[in-house]
Design a protein around this ligand. Structure first.
Ligand code: ADP
Length: 253
């Protein structure tokens, strides 16, 4: 970790709100700005980073210094590490108790040859569980910058964000800001925005709790298709509202 300048955790109260999407696209947006970036997936039971970044089926190699992360063919400044690279069967469930998860995450932080990085983006599972405590404890002496919290705009997701905020306060992790994902659908034909999952929930919560609002990302079918395809991630960043939204909050971090 000595060579890693900034460490950012991406958290969400619920699954399916786009936490892995934001982690991956944030990492990519930073890469496209010329930064050296690490992307660490500590969602041990549901790793989705390898698929999103089109690295499914790739293996992690071991060297004398430790594990070598996986790099997309077309971009050597994005180093990716996930349990997905270590499992012989990607469909097999990981049924581990807390201590085993903690040991694995400690290894991800300490035994991976991350090298010199401008940013390490850590994608976490939803909620506040063993994985979160393990990653925060392992990063404690390396001074993490803080957490980006992802939510969708509707109340049911927002109420869980309050728990994430309380968790960050309890463990002393600074909150960098809130991102409202799936915030409206912009019609590709008429450009009108339909607020499918309500609107402004993340923004209002940020104002209420005096937390920085990093921005909104609309629902973008091109983004879903890109991530489902798992193809050439780096060269296919969607040239759309999503790109603009993510680049805005990257420049704000
Ligand atoms: P989480 O990590 O919170 O469980 P994911 O990032 O895996 O959520 O996203 C869940 C699904 O929603 C994925 O299929 C992803 O491609 C899709 N998705 C996430 N954000 C968006 C968005 N802004 N526009 C379109 N699809 C999205």
């Amino acid at each position: 970790m000595e060579g890693v300048k900034h460490k950012i955790l991406v958290l969400s109260g619920k699954g399916g709100v786009g936490k892995s999407t934001v982690s991956c696209q944030l990492a990519l947006a930073l890469v496209l700005q010329g930064k050296k970036v690490g992307l660490l997936d500590v969602d041990l039971c549901g790793p989705s980073v390898p698929r999103i970044v089109g690295l499914q089926g790739r293996d992690v190699k071991k060297s004398n210094q430790g594990w070598i992360p996986v790099y997309p063919e077309e971009h050597k400044s994005l180093a990716v590490m996930s349990i997905g690279f270590l499992l012989p069967d990607p469909d097999a469930a990981v049924v581990w108790r807390g201590p085993k998860k903690t040991a694995m995450i400690k290894q991800f932080i300490e035994d991976v040859v991350w090298g010199e990085l401008d940013y390490l983006i850590v994608d976490t599972p939803p909620g506040t569980s063993d994985e979160h405590i393990a990653v925060i404890e392992s990063l404690k002496e390396h001074q993490p910058d803080g957490a980006v919290i992802v939510t969708t705009p509707q109340g049911v997701s927002i109420s869980d964000v309050r728990k994430e905020i309380s968790f960050c306060n309890k463990v002393g992790l600074p909150i960098l800001g809130v991102v409202e994902n799936m915030s409206g659908f912009i019609c590709p034909n008429c450009s009108e925005c339909t607020n499918i999952f309500s609107s402004e929930g993340g923004k209002l919560l940020s104002e209420e709790l005096n937390i920085r609002f990093l921005g909104k990302i609309p629902i973008d079918p091109a983004l879903t298709a890109l991530q489902e395809g798992g193809g050439s991630f780096v060269s296919k960043f969607p040239d759309s509202q999503t790109l603009k939204a993510i680049q805005l909050f990257v420049s704000d971090l």
